[in-house]
Design a protein around this ligand. Structure first.
Ligand SMILES: Cc1ncc(COP(=O)(O)O)c(C=O)c1O
Length: 387
């Protein structure tokens, strides 16, 4: 097949932006702090394999995924860097995870014993990171159980305790003191380990926002997710991050509807004069929130135009009257910039009552991804039929 996609709606990913963002972290972090890039959820919608390669070439040393299958995807693409599975690995997946050299997160004694049993059976050493719950209330053991848990791990022959970590609940909220409380709790744990003479090679806590806030003592790895993709949730941080993703489509139909015409399902929009309506082949099945119906915007002809009527599964309509003259095939930007206009995932998140994370991670698997480096298209990905 000579084309890797035929759709006129696609995501552009700027790999230079990914590399630039990692190098910004490299610049602000101490030399002995390693960077793990969170590439779960298909690298927050950007494409896990290609983003991982770019991040590793820019100085990241580790990758983080939510579950085993995401790790396998990276290994099958010949990525050899250490991969930490953030989530729980169910018993039936342990052996497979080991065969792909994935690192486990542990926080439960029974689970740890299961991992050790499998490791013994296959004659390998399982690498684990112990998760400590300092206030996220999700995965992790309470700080006061850390020492005894570590003694249990150390009694197991086929398990190597490579890391210890925690996760913050409010690192992006500069007005909350809860973050400092979590930092203090984790630093206390690390201090206690020092006092007990327990050395654990990797000690980590910071996600993007915490890494931007800096100053975590005794840690030597950060887990950067959202900022890899250009989002800076700590406004005054001393980094210049670049958005890595544009979501684009094209006009597939253009018509002037007379005053009083209904547009889209439910007739929630009626033209108030003769209006030029453009149909765009992207919809909620691609990750455009249906809540953008009658409130969202797009950019066409270098100006912002409103989404009118309900967003459909595969299409939406724009009132492009102010942007005329336009033609079928003209570019439409849903996320990104055109001329001096810009629409960010944050703007869409604000309009729809969610967060930028959700907007980008929901961009659908049927959208082709086009990867650019130094201004040139270097590869494409189409999950519908690419190998
Ligand atoms: C355990 C863990 N570490 C790191 C991250 C990255 O967080 P962020 O995208 O805020 O940098 C996540 C994402 O939710 C996570 O679950």
């Amino acid at each position: 097949m000579s084309h890797s996609f035929f759709r006129d709606t696609y995501i552009e990913v700027d790999l230079d932006a990914i590399e630039h963002n990692i190098s910004q972290f490299r610049r602000i972090l101490s030399k002995d702090t390693q960077i793990l890039v969170a590439v779960k959820a298909d690298a927050y919608g950007h494409g896990a394999v290609t983003v991982s390669l770019a991040a590793l070439s820019a100085g990241a040393s580790h990758l983080g995924v939510a579950f085993v299958d995401e790790g396998i995807q990276l290994r099958e693409a010949q990525i050899r860097a250490p991969i930490l599975v953030f989530g729980y690995t169910p018993p039936h997946a342990i052996e497979t995870a080991m065969s792909f050299d994935l690192t486990f997160t542990v926080f439960d004694r029974e689970h740890l014993a299961q991992i050790a049993e499998v490791a013994k059976k296959v004659g390998k050493t399982a690498k684990v990171h112990l998760k400590v719950d300092t206030g996220m209330g999700r995965l992790g053991i309470p700080p006061h159980e850390v020492i005894s848990f570590i003694h249990q791990v150390r009694n197991l022959k086929c398990v190597e305790l490579e890391g210890i970590y925690t996760h913050f609940a409010t690192s992006d909220d500069l007005n909350s003191s809860y973050y400092e409380q979590q930092v203090e709790q984790f630093e206390d744990v690390l201090q206690q380990l020092e006092q007990e003479g327990i050395y654990i090679p990797l000690r980590h806590a910071a996600n993007s926002s915490a890494a931007l806030r800096k100053g975590l003592k005794k840690c030597n790895l950060v887990r950067v997710g959202i900022s890899t993709y250009g989002f800076k949730d700590v406004p005054n941080a001393d980094v210049d991050l670049k958005y890595a993703l544009n979501l684009k489509s094209t006009i597939s139909n253009l018509k002037c509807l007379p005053r009083g015409s209904g547009v889209s399902y439910g007739k929630t929009y009626t033209t108030t004069s003769d209006e030029w309506i453009a149909t765009i082949p992207i919809g909620y099945a691609d990750g455009i929130p249906r809540q953008l119906s009658n409130i969202g915007m797009a950019i066409v002809g270098d100006i912002r135009v409103p989404i009118v009527g309900r967003v459909c599964m595969d299409q939406l309509m724009l009132n492009v009257t102010d942007a005329m003259p336009l033609s079928v095939g003209d570019e439409v930007v849903l996320i990104g910039s055109q001329g001096d206009q810009m629409i960010t995932a944050c703007e869409i998140a604000d309009l729809t009552g969610t967060i930028h994370y959700e907007i980008v991670t929901r961009l659908g698997s049927r959208l082709p991804r086009l990867y650019y480096q130094k201004g040139k298209l270097v590869c494409t990905r189409n999950l519908l039929y690419d190998d």
